[in-house]
Design a protein around this ligand. Structure first.
Ligand SMILES: [Zn+2]
Length: 158
């Protein structure tokens, strides 16, 4: 396996040296991300200030990787892990598709022309399944991006 010598800035996506203290482009101090809060990020997102958060691949202190993977593994098809970390758009789409799946399965014997109904939903449900499995793998290898509220200071911005 190739060793990873660079890391991408969670704010501006610029490639930096793996050992860099701050982003060479936007000046973000990376240790601020490690100490950032997902709880605060969720509040910002719900208040419509999602652009004040960064999406970090590392798990912030207030997110449990174990809980994330359990939620994803067992309830991820319905978006539970995305609700947990505040990726609400993804979460709501998954929840809707998950509920449609349950309804289709539960009523499969009484819906006339089920094949036709299924044909409308088979592709989105398939995509939802792939995203679910993808998120689980990404979470396990710490590639899934988690919203984090970072305490920016004047010196961070160029
Ligand atoms: Zn940057």
């Amino acid at each position: 396996m190739r060793r990873n010598y660079t890391k991408r800035c969670p704010r501006c996506d610029t490639k930096n040296d793996y050992t860099a203290y701050r982003c060479s482009s936007c000046g973000l101090i990376f240790s601020r991300v490690e100490n950032g809060s997902n709880m605060l990020a969720k509040q910002l997102i719900l208040a419509g200030k999602g652009d004040e958060t960064v999406k970090a691949k590392q798990f912030p202190k207030d997110v449990s990787k174990k809980k994330f993977l359990l939620l994803c593994g067992f309830l991820g098809f319905w978006g539970a892990h995305n609700f947990y970390v505040g990726r609400y758009v993804k979460a709501v789409i998954a929840l809707i598709l998950g509920l449609i799946t349950i309804i289709l399965v539960a009523t499969s014997s009484i819906i006339p022309n089920l094949d036709k109904v299924m044909s409308y939903f088979s592709v989105p449900i398939g995509i939802n399944t792939i995203i679910w499995l993808w998120d689980f793998i990404d979470g396990a290898i710490s590639k899934y991006r988690i919203p984090v509220a970072v305490d920016f200071m004047e010196g961070d911005k160029k």
